[in-house]
Write a protein that binds this ligand. Structure first.
Ligand SMILES: Cc1ncc(COP(=O)(O)O)c(C=O)c1O
Length: 391
C-alpha cells in the first residue's frame, strides 16, 4: 500500500537548517529560520514565561483532560489585547484555544468551508502553509499580488478581491507583520479595506500571528479592529508562539465575530466538532502559561517589556539596513517602513546560492530574510556580501 504514495518535496527551510548546521565557517549567518533572535543569536525563553511555568509546576494539581476548547481562561485573557476596550464587542466575540496559530488558521478555514466557503482570496506571496492548508481542505486559492515593486502594499488588488468576491468566497488577510514581505497596510489603507468589507458583505478571515512585533500590541491590532468594527461576521486566527516566544509549545486561539451573541453557540458547536476530529484538544502547557502571565500584573509588565525589547531590536536592524541605502542593485530603504520578523529581497535564486556558497549567508530561495538573524556584528558583512553578489 505504501508504494502508492508519491514522495513529497522536503520542507525547504528545514533543508536550509541542516546545510547551515553543517557549514564550518565561523562567520556564517542564518537568515532562514522564522524565529526571533537576540543580538547573541539566541531564542531565549521569556523571563515572564519562565516565572509562569514555575507557578504552573507549583500549583497545577491535575492533568486531567480539558475540552476541545482548551484553556478558556487564556482565551478570555488575550481578548482585551486583541480586540480592545470592549473585548467581546457586546458579546459578539467568542474564542477557543488551538494548537498554535496553524491550528487556528486550519480551524478558521475548515469552519468557513463547513459554512459553504469554497474559494479564498489571499495576497501572495504568503506564509506557505496558507496554501497548503487550503489545498489539504480541497478549497480553492484565488491569489492576488500583495505587494507593489516599491515595497508598499497593493491596495487596489485587495480591494478588487474584496469587492469582487462571490457569496461563497472569503478574503484572508494578515493582521500585521506580513510573512514573508513585512509589508503591512497603512491605517488609511485599513480604513478603505474595512469600508469595502462592509459594503460588499465579503467574509474576512484575519491571521494575527505577530501582534506586538511591528509597532506594539495596540498599533498592530488597529487595522484588524477597524475591520471588525464594520463587519457583521469574521474569523480571527491568533498565535502566541511569537509574541510570547512559545513556538514549540503551540499556543494559539480561534475567535469568531458573529452578527449577534446568539449565533456563537452554533458556530462553536461546529468549531468544537472540527477540533475534536482533528486534534481532540490543544496542548495545555503554553496556554496555561499565557493565562498565568496575563493574570499577574508583575508578569504582564515583564512580558510587555520583553516584547518591547524584541520589537526595538528589530526596528534597529531595519533602520540600520535602510540607512545603508542600497547594496548592489538592492534598495534597502523600504525595510524601515516594513514590519516584523521578515523582509523579501528582490534577489535571484542564483544570487541566494552565491550568498550561501561564497559568503556563508543562508536565506530562503525566495529572498526572504529573517530580520532578527542580523546583528550589529554581522550587518556590515551582510550588506557588503549583498552588494558584491548583486552589484
Ligand atoms: C502568517 C502566519 N500565520 C500563522 C503562523 C502559525 O504560527 P504557529 O507557529 O503559532 O503555528 C505563522 C507561523 O510562522 C505565520 O507566519
Amino acid at each position: 500500500m505504501l508504494d502508492r504514495l508519491e514522495p513529497q518535496a522536503p520542507d525547504a527551510l528545514l533543508a536550509l537548517i541542516r546545510l547551515y548546521a553543517a557549514d564550518p565557517r565561523a562567520d556564517k549567518i542564518d537568515l532562514g529560520v522564522g524565529v526571533y533572535r537576540t543580538e547573541d543569536g539566541a531564542t531565549p525563553v521569556f523571563a515572564a514565561v519562565k516565572a509562569a511555568e514555575q507557578v504552573l509546576v507549583d500549583t497545577q494539581d491535575s492533568k486531567s483532560y480539558l475540552g476541545p476548547e482548551g484553556d478558556m481562561g487564556m482565551v478570555a485573557a488575550l481578548m482585551p489585547y486583541i480586540f480592545g476596550a470592549d473585548p467581546t464587542m457586546g458579546g459578539r466575540i467568542q474564542g477557543m484555544q488551538t494548537p498554535g496559530g496553524t491550528g487556528a488558521v486550519r480551524l478558521a478555514l475548515a469552519l468557513a468551508q463547513k459554512a459553504g466557503v469554497k474559494r479564498v482570496h489571499m495576497g501572495v506571496p504568503s506564509w506557505p502553509n496558507h496554501a497548503q492548508i487550503l489545498a489539504d481542505l480541497g478549497m480553492e486559492l484565488a491569489p492576488f499580488d500583495h505587494a507593489n515593486a516599491d515595497g508598499s502594499a497593493n491596495l487596489d488588488a485587495v480591494l478588487a478581491a474584496i469587492n469582487g468576491a462571490a457569496a461563497d468566497e472569503a478574503v484572508l488577510l494578515h493582521a500585521c507583520c506580513h510573512n514573508p514581505t513585512g509589508i503591512d497596510y497603512t491605517a488609511g489603507q485599513w480604513a478603505r479595506i474595512a469600508d469595502s468589507f462592509a459594503a460588499s458583505s465579503t467574509f474576512p478571515i484575519i491571521d494575527a500571528a505577530y501582534q506586538g512585533l511591528g509597532h506594539g500590541l495596540e498599533a498592530d491590532g488597529a487595522g484588524m479592529r477597524e475591520v471588525l468594527a464594520k463587519v457583521p461576521e469574521a474569523f480571527i486566527a491568533y498565535s502566541c508562539d511569537k509574541n510570547f516566544g512559545q513556538y514549540r509549545d503551540r499556543v494559539g486561539a480561534f475567535y469568531v465575530l458573529a452578527k449577534e451573541a446568539g449565533a456563537l453557540d452554533t458556530a462553536f458547536s461546529n468549531a468544537n466538532a472540527l477540533a475534536r476530529a482533528a486534534w481532540s484538544m490543544p496542548p495545555d502547557h503554553g496556554g496555561a502559561v499565557v493565562r498565568i502571565v496575563l493574570g499577574d500584573a508583575g508578569m504582564t509588565k515583564a512580558w510587555l517589556a520583553e516584547l518591547d525589547d524584541m520589537r526595538a531590536r528589530m526596528r534597529g536592524v531595519r533602520d540600520a539596513l535602510a540607512a545603508a541605502g542600497t547594496a548592489g542593485r538592492i534598495d534597502l530603504t523600504p525595510l524601515a517602513s516594513q514590519n516584523g520578523l521578515f523582509a523579501m529581497l528582490p534577489v535571484t535564486k542564483d544570487e541566494v546560492a552565491k550568498l550561501r556558497e561564497d559568503h556563508a549567508i543562508y536565506m530562503a530561495a525566495s529572498g526572504r530574510i529573517n530580520i532578527a538573524g542580523l546583528t550589529h556584528a554581522n550587518l556590515p558583512k551582510f550588506i557588503a556580501a549583498l552588494a558584491a553578489v548583486t552589484g
